[in-house]
Design a protein around this ligand. Structure first.
Ligand SMILES: Nc1ncnc2c1ncn2[C@@H]1O[C@H](COP(=O)(O)OP(=O)(O)OP(=O)(O)O)[C@@H](O)[C@H]1O
Ligand SMILES: [Mg+2]
Length: 240
């Protein structure tokens, strides 16, 4: 069993290679319950790969992923059941299904049945999606799709919610709204949230802590050091 001092998610010495090319060499991340943690890094640094390795969607060459102190194996189908929800790059909705059907599948993927309470919570945090329930996901706007994608994460009742590129293609005002929602669900449900994003400034507003991923290594950044962040974003800095 874990105690309250154990971070909900612990990633230790994670390494992933694609063939002979090593993408990440040593990534270490902690995310506690109720905490919002970010990771930035230049394009191609391995941010998406890190999330996919945590979810066991790509093989780990080395390293461990622990949830509440328990080491997780490498079967992607058990990750959602264990309590890791992953909103992927591109949002991962099934375009031909309705919003409600997409939510139902997410609950099933987590070994649950979609309840009225799940739907009520999703529509409480995203009031807009209430009237979209019977619409096909593929016809929604980018912002609406992102709300549904995050709702899919919520109805899985995760301990950890990971979101790849929350802000991609969204207007700044919508990103702000999303950030408020994430803070609310982190507080209310004590979910640990792990965000990977290109939007360094946006991340530093919403996150409690930020990691930098560079040259395959993760390091803790001072989240207020926007000069460092910008430099890392453009690939010109050595992370402190
Ligand atoms: N399935 C794959 N096979 C081979 N190489 C891959 C594969 N997926 C990603 N890569 C490579 O691994 C590196 C890291 O990719 P990744 O998508 O993790 O970066 P990222 O930090 O998410 O980038 P971005 O900011 O552009 O989203 C890139 O060089 C990419 O080309
Ligand atoms: Mg990516």
């Amino acid at each position: 069993m874990s105690d309250s001092a154990t971070p909900t998610l612990q990633v230790r010495e994670l390494a992933v290679s694609y063939g002979a090319a090593r993408v990440i060499g040593n990534v270490n991340i902690d995310v506690a319950a109720g905490e919002i943690v970010g990771m930035v890094g230049p394009n191609g640094a391995g941010k998406t790969t890190t999330l996919r390795a945590i979810s066991a969607l790509v093989a780990r060459q080395r390293g461990q992923v622990m949830l509440e102190g328990v080491v997780l194996g490498e079967r992607p189908e058990i990750m959602a059941r264990a309590g890791i929800a992953h909103v992927p790059e591109g949002r991962g909705l099934i375009p031909s299904l309705t919003v409600h059907q997409n939510l139902r599948l997410a609950a099933i993927g987590a070994g649950r049945k979609l309840s009225q309470e799940d739907v009520a919570y999703a529509t409480a945090v995203f009031p807009l999606i209430e009237r979209l329930m019977d619409r096909r996901a593929g016809f929604l706007s980018g912002g609406e799709q992102q709300m549904v994608a995050i709702s899919r994460g919520l109805v899985a009742r995760p301990k950890i919610l990971m979101i790849d590129e929350l802000s991609l293609g969204l207007a700044p005002r919508i990103v702000k709204d999303m950030s408020r929602v994430l803070r609310r669900v982190a507080n209310e449900r004590q979910i640990g949230i792990f965000l990977v994003d290109q939007n360094v400034r946006g991340l530093s507003h919403v996150c409690d802590r930020i990691y930098v991923l560079q040259d395959g290594l993760s390091s803790v950044a001072n989240k207020d050091d926007t000069d460092l962040m910008r430099a890392v974003y453009f690939g010109r800095a050595t992370a402190a």
